[in-house]
Design a protein around this ligand. Structure first.
Ligand SMILES: Cc1ncc(COP(=O)(O)O)c(C=O)c1O
Length: 369
């Protein structure tokens, strides 16, 4: 069976985890600190990194440390993993959805600008599937309107934008190291920032609000949760990070093969391509109405040939929770079309070109050219 994704774990990962388990200290400790420094080196530009127990925690902590809360509106894409919206509700703010590009699946400044109101405090662009959002116009928009800009880079570790790593911008950037991501700490996440005060707040927010004073005692000056990353996961991450560029290179080669073998048509929409893409996922849209079938049928036909697929993601504004804010079908046509038509094809570093060919043969036999 070819799943749509699978983590690449080998002897280095097994050894690293075993060493931590044998060490007697398995929660946050030296491995977490070491992975923070290693990620800082990897991303560059003197960025500071702090690890948390998930990408969701990273986004929530970034909003809290930016003082985004009740009464504030936060602009987010209408199509993402639902964590992007849920964290906004979690801090008491109101999500304001904006449509995404059909091919890029990302926000762009032209769509964002009209959604800015007097209440807008922040925006969270998502680098979907490892494709960098065109950030420069969004930085400008954030600057002109005095907005907090938090990048949801859950799917974009190793992605580059204009030759620089995502995470190096200085504004808060949040990563996820969930097992489906391009590198993993089992569950885990990180925040990158240039702002020392912000980083100190993240340290407090991720661990009970605790601050250590010079005499070794502790103080609590603000609310904090329990969002720290255990060392077992960090050790796994330390074994994964040196392999990340090779993983991403292989992902790029596999994606290239998909582009060679699949053909954009009225029925098939291929993803946007760009320099620096880390190809976390290869997501197409299939107009199954035109084919006279359902997405589930297509998935079943592929499943019968031992090909697993995913559906990333439904449009978030149509979930019952978000309809309560007045959203309805027709509000964001691209997000809705993607939600209904999207299909994630297998893509992970251990795949071979033959595997891509097998998927393409199966898909091409379903979709007429
Ligand atoms: C775009 C996006 N944001 C946030 C998250 C949340 O990350 P985590 O699962 O590590 O909490 C994910 C994870 O899938 C994601 O894809």
């Amino acid at each position: 069976m070819l799943p749509f994704t699978r983590p690449s774990l080998g002897e280095a990962e097994f050894d690293a985890v075993r060493k931590v388990l044998e060490s007697g200290w398995i929660t946050t400790g030296p491995n977490t600190l070491a992975l923070e420094r290693a990620l800082e080196d990897y991303i560059g530009n003197d960025i500071q990194i702090r690890l948390l127990n998930s990408g969701t925690s990273a986004l929530e902590a970034a909003l809290l440390a930016s003082d985004v809360g009740p009464g504030d509106e936060v602009i987010i894409p209408a199509m993402s993993f639902v964590a992007t919206a849920n964290v906004v509700l979690r801090v008491g703010a109101t999500p304001v959805f904006v449509d995404v590009g059909l091919h890029s699946r990302n926000l762009d400044a032209e769509q964002v600008a009209p959604a800015i109101s007097e209440k807008t405090r922040a925006m969270i662009p998502v680098h979907f599937a490892g494709l960098a959002v065109d950030m420069d116009p969004l930085y400008q928009l954030a600057q002109d309107n005095n907005l907090v800009l938090i990048e949801d880079a859950a799917q974009a570790i190793g992605t580059e934008y204009k030759g620089r790593k995502i995470g190096s911008s200085g504004n808060p950037v949040c990563f996820s190291f969930h097992p489906n991501k391009n590198m993993t700490t089992i569950e885990g996440g990180a925040i990158a920032s240039h702002d020392q005060d912000f980083i100190q707040r993240i340290e407090r927010i991720r661990f009970h609000g605790i601050e250590r004073t010079d005499d070794g005692s502790i103080s609590v000056t603000e609310w904090g949760g329990k969002m720290n990353l255990p060392d077992v996961g960090a050790a796994l991450g330390l074994a994964q990070l040196p392999r990340l560029d090779d993983f991403n290179q292989k992902r790029r080669q596999l994606a290239e093969r998909y582009f060679q073998r699949l053909h954009e048509s009225e029925i098939l929409v291929l993803p946007a391509h760009a320099e620096g893409h880390s190809w976390h996922m290869f997501c197409v849209c299939i107009d199954h109405d035109r084919l006279g079938t359902h997405r589930a049928d297509i998935q079943q036909r592929l499943q019968k040939q031992d090909i697993g697929t995913g559906t990333h993601y439904p449009a978030m504004h149509l979930f019952p929770l978000y309809r309560r804010y007045g959203y309805k079908p027709g509000d964001f046509p691209n997000a809705e079309r993607i939600g209904v038509q999207t299909l994630t094809l297998p893509l992970f570093p251990a795949m071979e070109m033959d595997d891509v060919d097998k998927v393409c043969d199966a898909l091409n036999s379903i979709i007429p050219n």
